[in-house]
Design a protein around this ligand. Structure first.
Ligand code: 6R9
Length: 652
């Protein structure tokens, strides 16, 4: 990518300095940056000391076998003890750890003392089922407390978990179980989604037919729907966990003991099993969770809306918040069940102080209309977070105004499954925010934007996002495939981590993420970022969401094709289609330049998204290029593509 590549950037000049009262009281201090700059490793030592270690480490970082890192060498700790027991020992056993809100409206309140008993029981049950330190356990559960308890029970006994999204197919589950050689699968009869029970166990039944490593299947009863039962393999949670002893002495494990494997899709077909270990991962997730969200465990009610099957659920529902002794909300279901104000009703009910969600959700709320959040009391909110995709400036501003009451800081947090924890983000109370930009690396993190030859680009230019220093929560490899780890992340540039994202530095050196580098189009030799054109479209008052792809074009190489969802209050009907499309094409030309003017704008009702909220542009490209639509198995809703094709067919 060259400088000229990303020169047509939107001009975003709005600035949101921290409010004085917030800044005065903020947990994150500007001095953190200086401390980290003076001595990076001493800075990380300091953060690691916030955890409770059984044996102290003798070396902060061993990078002698790069890119295979070891952090806090020689240190030992128990991750579950750090997330649960130590809070009870500190006298906070009566503090609520989890406010669970089921989709049908059932609730559960779990204190840290109860969590300690539940995790101990589950740990004892896993040991009874033959799971040992060093084994792998697959977890295929809905968003219920047992998902958190299962993960912590694995951590407690030193077994690595591999959580697989409840939305994934039997085949996806099978291949992940197989790749990790999991001994046990933890699942449930089903979960609630969009107002009705949806089954999970049949997918497990189908998967384990062909996974010889699996000895037992542990089944939580959530919906009480009928399930097929295999007497040799299947065990009810309420039989073996409820009857187990609620006392379990945690044993300390090496800082580099595997904590989990989490599969993420790569550019080739086979998913990559991203491996994370214990000490460094817990250090960075807890440090970032405290500072990025200004987390006060004594009084805050934190809520991250991610699913546990995504890395955000691992780092910012389970490990970061619980290591910090936070009180949090866990919600099982979808934002529009039973009504489109469900999220805001939950914020109001629990007086949520920090909300962490994804741009795709925010744009959906914009589409549903301002009056929905306006009818709830959202005044408890103090910090809003965004993760998963670049957040368009318009969505950012809407989030702050309509959810944050024009008052709350917004943290746009850039990171990946591979990084384990947040890497780039403003600090609330410290950073003057710019809508649409993740802005600055966190203290202790080395980030740059480089050109094709690994030279840092000057301010005002774009290139590839790289991480220049090893960090504590970095992936330790790809499960079973060290070569692929080196090839994917460490071979593009010598000695630095290639993230796969395009980015630009603005005049102040702040970082703007531009989407995956494979989302870059080449139109008549000009490189255009999909994100940039999507942002231009979303800045139009009639547009709620936009996805842009490059479709092959005989004359220009690629042509810009845009799919847009209009806002609910745009007052659109079919008869205005032509006029709206022309208006939007001209709008992009005006905002970015005529070169970016879409060849086609298609008005659709939905966009294809993964469960973690990422738009699957590959499928839209199939539509734009009139091909048969490819594999839809990782979509949150696999019927969306049919809807899109049908809608376009009838309007053209
Ligand atoms: C945490 C998570 C990682 C990819 C990443 C990037 C995109 C995530 C972002 C963002 C712009 C942000 N991404 N956060 N892009 N701004 N704040 O999402 O992990 O599922 O592994 O995805 O998501 O493209 O490379 P993961």
């Amino acid at each position: 990518m060259t400088d000229e590549t990303l020169s047509n950037l939107l001009h975003e000049e709005r600035r949101f300095p921290p409010e004085k009262a917030f800044a005065d009281a903020a947990l994150a201090r500007p001095e953190l940056y200086q401390a980290a700059q003076q001595d990076r490793l001493a800075f990380w030592d300091e953060q690691a000391r916030a955890l409770t270690w059984e044996t102290p480490w003798t070396q902060t970082l061993d990078w002698s076998n790069a890119p295979f890192a070891r952090w806090f060498v020689g240190g030992t700790l128990n991750v579950a003890y750090n997330c649960v027991d130590r809070h009870v020992e500190a006298g906070n056993g009566e503090r609520v750890a989890i406010y669970f809100e089921g989709e049908p409206g059932d609730t559960r309140e779990i204190t840290y003392a109860e969590l300690q008993r539940e995790v101990s029981k589950a740990a004892n049950a896993l040991l009874g089922l033959g799971v040992e330190a060093g084994d792998r356990v697959a977890i295929y559960l809905p968003m219920i407390p047992e998902a958190v308890i299962s993960m912590l029970a694995c951590a407690r006994i030193g077994a690595a978990h591999s959580v697989v999204f409840g939305g994934f197919s039997a085949e996806a589950l099978r291949s992940r179980i197989d790749d990790a050689d999991a001994k046990l699968v933890i699942t449930s009869d089903g979960g609630y989604r969009r107002g009705s029970p949806s089954a999970l166990k049949p997918a497990v039944d189908a998967a384990v037919v062909n996974t010889p490593s699996v000895q037992k299947v542990l089944v939580v009863q959530r919906t009480k729907q009928d399930v097929a039962w295999n007497d040799e393999k299947d065990v009810w949670w309420h039989d073996v966990v409820d009857s187990a002893s609620d006392v379990h002495a945690p044993q300390a494990f090496d800082a580099e003991n595997p904590l989990f494997i989490l599969y993420t899709s790569g550019t080739t077909g086979k998913p990559k099993g991203i491996l994370h270990t214990s000490g460094g991962y817990l250090t960075q997730t807890s440090y970032t969770h405290r500072n990025v969200f200004d987390l006060r465990p004594e009084k805050d009610i934190y809520w991250c809306t991610a699913d546990i099957g995504w890395v955000t659920g691992h780092s910012y529902i389970v490990y970061g918040p619980l290591a910090n002794g936070a009180t949090q909300v866990i919600y099982e279901g979808t934002p529009d069940t039973p009504h489109k104000g469900r999220f805001w009703e939950i914020v109001q009910k629990y007086k949520v102080t920090q909300l962490y969600t994804a741009p795709t959700a925010i744009r959906t709320f914009m589409k549903w209309g301002d009056d929905i959040p306006a009818s709830f009391d959202l005044s408890s909110l103090r910090v809003l977070g965004s993760v998963g995709e670049p957040i368009n400036p318009e969505a950012w501003v809407w989030y702050r105004k309509h959810i944050g009451g024009d008052r709350t800081p917004i943290v746009d947090t850039w990171w990946q499954t591979e990084t384990g924890a947040i890497m780039i983000s403003p600090l609330p109370g410290v950073t003057t925010a710019k809508p649409g930009s993740a802005q600055v690396p966190l203290p202790g993190i080395g980030v740059d934007v480089v050109d094709n030859d690994a030279n840092p680009v000057p301010n005002g230019s774009g290139g590839f996002l790289v991480l220049t220093e090893p960090w504590p929560s970095m992936l330790r490899g790809i499960w079973g495939d060290p070569e692929r780890y080196k090839d994917t992340y460490w071979s593009r540039f010598d000695g630095i981590y290639f993230a796969g994202d395009g980015a630009k530095k603005d005049e102040d050196g702040d970082i703007w993420l531009l989407g995956r580098v494979d989302d870059v189009m080449n139109v008549s030799g000009h490189r255009l970022s999909t994100t940039e054109i999507e942002s231009a479209l979303v800045s139009h008052p009639k547009v709620a969401e936009a996805a842009v792809v490059g479709a092959s074009d005989e004359t220009t190489g690629q042509a810009v094709c845009a799919f847009v969802i209009l806002r609910g209050d745009a007052g659109y009907d079919e008869s205005q289609a032509e006029a709206v499309i022309t208006e939007l094409r001209n709008h992009v030309a005006k905002e970015i330049g005529p070169i970016a003017k879409p060849r086609q704008v298609m008005v659709v009702a939905e966009l294809p998204k993964t469960r973690s909220g990422k738009i699957m542009r590959r499928l839209l490209q199939d539509v734009a290029e009139n091909r048969t639509v490819g594999d839809v198995t990782t979509l949150a809703d696999s019927t969306v593509m049919d809807l899109i094709k049908k809608g376009l067919g009838s309007s053209s």
